[in-house]
Design a protein around this ligand. Structure first.
Ligand code: ATP
Ligand code: MG
Length: 593
């Protein structure tokens, strides 16, 4: 429940007094509605449909003047008044409904933006440890359910006000009858708590199933190629079938809950109303006018009770989504990389340094992935990082860019320790080609422009040329060729070259390449190597490569092994150190080739 209250408070902060004004507007609407109902009695009485034996009915108190009017004027007057009242009430209602939608949809959008923005600024470690499909689920289904819940809450509040108003009028008309109806209503509320609790449990079940479905289906669709080649179609189908059974079960439970609660209320209504009419007519010989009031009060109040109950039930269904969303918002807050984006840019002039850096991905692990790292990466030079798979090369460049923060030691830029703010300012000048780069499902042009939206066409071609990606020229649609999900319509090497072109287009002062040319043939690799050679002295280049031929122009080579630096120095110096591991690597690759 506290999650719901949290979001209602947020809603109030977002809308301010507009929300209160809307609720007050609803009070006016319900008052007018009650008034219109009251008018039915004099209407029917004047027209002679029912006979008021005496003038005890309170309705006459404020319609006394009608008695002085001739009968033929009284009826048209009261009918006209009734129609006007209903019209005004409905126009007001329409206006309020539109304002309500704006409030609630506006707040939903605000929430969606807030969560998306916090995910954009969250630390990498949070993304690594969180299942992406859960985030997708939260940003789609959970948000929709929260939005639904907020709508239900507003309806609930409106209904409460409406009902209070109607109760007031009912009391004024006949305190005894109204009192009895309310007692029955409270009985209903007590009785229906069971349904509300069941709805909440169902809501939790539904959240879990929906997460499992989205997670599984995302995985399976991504792995379609592997599923086909390994002939896993049947086992994957069985997975969906078993989940389908659960989904069906959950839906049936939901409908059962809804219908059985409705049956209970409707039967209760019929029973209580019959008892009332029987008692009033047979035992107390109530006048028709009062009997009429009984029916009016009942038919006005009872459906309200039922609606309130159904609002509560639906609200309960959405409570688990409120929980999930609030948990997500709190988590992302704790993992925030920055609170505000400053516009500054930080240029590195001398060097990036690591001093006694220790890092591990999981705090609970005993061993570190990087240990006692001390190194200097001079500006405007090329530094290569080599080592066996799993040695910690990618982790190290992530540390240099502040994507991961060391548990011990520090990273310094020109001798000054990096703060969170500086990392972001520094990242503006870095282009990074990761080992598993991402391309958006759009054209090559849009993928490039994403980095530098103002770049003219000749810059796009220059960047492509740098990355030996002139194959784009030969494509029938050229720059406008769509490349599919993650660039699936391109070959592995073509994808790598587009990503490299994209990195160059940003015109960085530091270029970081993690296995950026690993899928290329030696011809194209040579072209890129020569292009990088031309950049020497103009920008700082950090290259990770398994193929040592790619790094023979490096000014400095750092050899990592099991998270430690084994060797560092100039390429030639390390190559000639016959006892060193780098010499050993070179020899091995030479033999293979
Ligand atoms: N997100 C992660 N969570 C936990 N451990 C990780 C994570 N990423 C990498 N590791 C571990 O950290 C170690 C270093 O990984 P890293 O990716 O830095 O190696 P690498 O030298 O880049 O290897 P490769 O040449 O295969 O790319 C590995 O043992 C790996 O299992
Ligand atoms: Mg790596």
């Amino acid at each position: 429940m506290k999650e719901l209250i949290h979001y209602i408070k947020q809603l109030y902060q977002y809308t301010g007094n507009i929300m209160v004004i809307n609720l007050l507007g609803m009070v006016v609407v319900s008052f007018l509605d009650g008034l219109a109902i009251l008018l039915l009695i004099p209407m029917l009485s004047i027209s002679g449909i029912i006979h008021t034996a005496n003038e005890a009915s309170r309705v006459w108190l404020f319609l006394d003047f009608l008695k002085d009017l001739p009968a033929e004027m009284g009826l048209p007057f009261i009918l006209g008044f009734y129609v006007t009242l209903v019209l005004v009430q409905n126009l007001l209602q329409k206006n309020l409904s539109i304002r309500d939608v704006k409030i609630h949809q506006g707040f939903t959008n605000h929430l969606r933006e807030e969560i998306y923005q916090s995910l954009l600024h969250v630390k990498l470690e949070y993304i690594i440890q969180t299942r992406k499909s859960n985030l997708v689920n939260s940003l789609t289904k959970d948000i929709n359910r929260v939005s639904m819940g907020i709508k239900m809450f507003m309806q609930f509040m409106t209904n409460i006000l409406f009902t209070l108003m109607q109760i007031g009028i009912a009391f004024w008309l006949s305190p005894q009858i109204a009192g009895l109806v309310i007692v029955c209503g409270l009985g209903l509320a007590f009785f229906s708590w069971k349904f509300v609790r069941q709805a909440k449990n169902l809501g939790k079940e539904s959240t879990d199933i929906s997460r499992a479905y989205l997670a599984g289906i995302t995985d399976n669709l991504n792995a379609l190629k592997d599923i086909k080649t390994n002939r896993l179609e049947n086992s994957r189908l069985m997975w969906l079938k078993s989940l389908n059974v659960k989904m069906l079960d959950e839906h049936v439970k939901f409908v059962k809950l809804q219908t059985s609660s409705q049956i209970s209320y409707k039967t209760a209504f019929a029973l209580i109303l019959s008892c009332f009419i029987f008692i009033s007519a047979k035992l107390f010989y109530t006048q028709p006018e009062n009997l009429f009031i009984v029916i009016i009060i009942f038919s006005r109040l009872w459906p309200r009770f039922v609606t309130i109950q159904s609002n509560l039930q639906q609200l309960a269904l959405t409570v688990p989504a409120f929980k999930v969303l609030l948990a997500l918002q709190n988590e992302t807050k704790n993992f925030m990389e920055m609170l505000h984006d400053n516009e500054e840019t930080l240029y590195m002039n001398k060097m990036i340094e690591c001093k006694n850096v220790f890092f591990k991905y999981n705090e609970n692990n005993t061993s570190f992935v990087l240990q006692d790292i001390n190194l200097q990466i001079p500006a405007y030079r090329t530094t290569a990082i080599v080592g066996q798979s799993g040695a910690g090369k990618s982790t190290l460049v992530h540390i240099l860019m502040g994507l991961n923060r060391p548990q011990a030691g520090e990273v310094l830029i020109d001798g000054i320790s990096l703060t969170d703010d500086q990392i972001l300012a520094l990242r503006k000048t870095i282009s990074f080609v990761p080992q598993d780069p991402f391309l958006f499902n759009t054209s090559i042009r849009n993928n490039l422009l994403l980095m530098n939206p103002e770049a003219p066409e000749e810059h796009l071609w220059a960047a492509l040329e740098f990355a030996a990606a002139d194959f784009v020229k030969e494509l029938p649609e050229g720059l406008d060729t769509p490349i599919g999900d993650r660039g699936i319509r391109l070959s592995g090497g073509e994808r790598q070259r587009i990503v490299l072109a994209r990195a160059i287009l940003r015109n960085p002062s530091i270029l970081v390449l993690d296995e950026a040319t690993s899928s290329l043939d030696s011809d194209n690799e040579m072209k890129i190597q020569m292009a990088l050679e031309r950049l020497k002295g103009k920008m700082t280049i950090i290259v990770i490569a398994h193929r040592l031929s790619t790094i023979n122009n490096a000014d400095q080579v750092i050899v990592l092994d099991k998270g430690r630096i084994l060797q560092k120095g100039e390429y030639v110096q390390l190559a000639n150190d016959k006892k060193g591991i780098f010499h050993h690597f070179l020899k091995k690759q030479f033999e293979v080739n």
